[in-house]
Ligand binder design. Sequence first.
Ligand SMILES: NC(=O)C1=CN([C@@H]2O[C@H](COP(=O)(O)OP(=O)(O)OC[C@H]3O[C@@H](n4cnc5c(N)ncnc54)[C@H](O)[C@@H]3O)[C@@H](O)[C@H]2O)[C@@H](O)CC1
Ligand SMILES: [K+]
Length: 473
Amino acid sequence: MREQWKRESMARKWRCWVHWVKHRSTVLSGIPRQGACGRLLNQKEAIAVDEELMASPGFSVDQLMELAGLSVACAVATAFPREQYSTNPAVLLVCGPGNNGGDGLVAARHLHHFGYAPHVIYPKANQKSQLFVNLTTQLAQLSVPVEAALPENLERYCVVVDAIFGFSFSGAVRAPFDEIIRRLSSGPPVLSVDIPSGWDVEQGPPAEGVTLQPGFLISLTAPKMCAAHFKGRHFLGGRFALNDLERANAELGALLPQLRQACQGLSVVREAQAQGVCASELVPGHLPNEEVEARHGHRAGGKDVVPDDALHPLARPRQAPAAAKWDWVGTKGRVRAQGPCWRPSCPSPDSCNAGAGCPVHLRLQEQHGRDTEQYLRAMLAEGPFHPFSKHASLNEVSARFGRDVPADYPLPVAPGHVRKAKHTCRRPDCPFKGTDRACRGGRECEGRVRLGSFQRVIGSPLVFCNAGMRIAL
Ligand SMILES: NC(=O)C1=CN([C@@H]2O[C@H](COP(=O)(O)OP(=O)(O)OC[C@H]3O[C@@H](n4cnc5c(N)ncnc54)[C@H](O)[C@@H]3O)[C@@H](O)[C@H]2O)[C@@H](O)CC1
Ligand SMILES: [K+]
């Protein structure tokens, strides 16, 4: 009986699995299904999506490139906000011979308008296509430098945009890009467009040789398989995906609410920059082996290039909440420490909030007596009273004269609302007995008696008063 139940259960599971696989493989129209991973696009799928976009919805290359380039510029503006720099931050854009390079040329134009100082390196300029000739002419008219060779000093750039190779790259990197990639691998942080240059579109970084390890990646339309090996901060740009593709790609589908908020062609660029809307950051967990901790971009030039507060909220390192500090229990309840003590002579400013436990307050009280005029003057010379202090009304005097209260300025020695405390301590050895300091026993008596202050109060001998016992030290 049990065996039969097991067999039926296995058969049920198998039928479910077959149904799921069949359903999944019938969604993408016009996109090769062999090797489809469902999560990340392989090279053939990426090319097919490109062709599909141009064939049926009739996107032109110019359109796609313009939107892709704008997304790249927005990703740069999000990762390296313009406001963090006093002058126009220099951005180096290294552009390759294909459309990936074209994205870089478009991004350079947008970055110029965003207030950055783009510098384009375009070693194998495409002179045959009118589109590329137009893009370089547009840059020339904005006085954006376009050169063939990588500059000697890369340190002055806040980020390098790697627009060398995209999803059509294959084989080993040929000259002159091999030397360029070698130099970029040890320079400033790198933001790769669609594919980190030199990486296999499906397998990821090459097993040997110098490898570019970008701290930032912006995938266009949908992440490709090599993105599974990427451990930096990941953006998604170029929102012209087909509905079929969105439906088929579960992870892309999960991102749709985020993508929908965004608008790729916002006319108000500042708003687009501020919200980072043109390039949506992927949430952790999107990629199969992505770890939240790996999203810092540490590997970009070996520096921690992304400040924690610039990370996606889910990717920020978790910090233990600061332990609540309590200063003293007063008649108004527990007073939370608000910050360091403001009194310059306070020996423990970090643990004291200038309240009743402040060593300065205790010292002056012992020195001049409780609530005496000398005490009040000495305290005002140290700064204002704690807002919960019974003398807080004297802070007006402090606000008026600062710490130099004139000697002839009358101070209310015993504020009317303050009841004079009675000495109720019943310890025979209470050090405050007979002094003008009223002790109510208990913790007040025990806790406030310190060796030094005790000596000052009663001179000698050194005696510690504790629960009525007399202990000679
Ligand atoms: N569908 C999309 O989402 C869009 C894609 N676009 C961009 O277009 C890119 C693809 O463009 P392309 O198909 O033109 O190809 P690539 O830009 O990837 O580059 C192809 C060029 O690289 C050269 N090349 C290939 N392997 C090489 C090697 N080992 N050493 C030296 N040179 C090599 C080829 O000779 C060719 O000139 C994408 O990655 C993306 O950046 C965007 O422009 C538009 C929208
Ligand atoms: K690239």
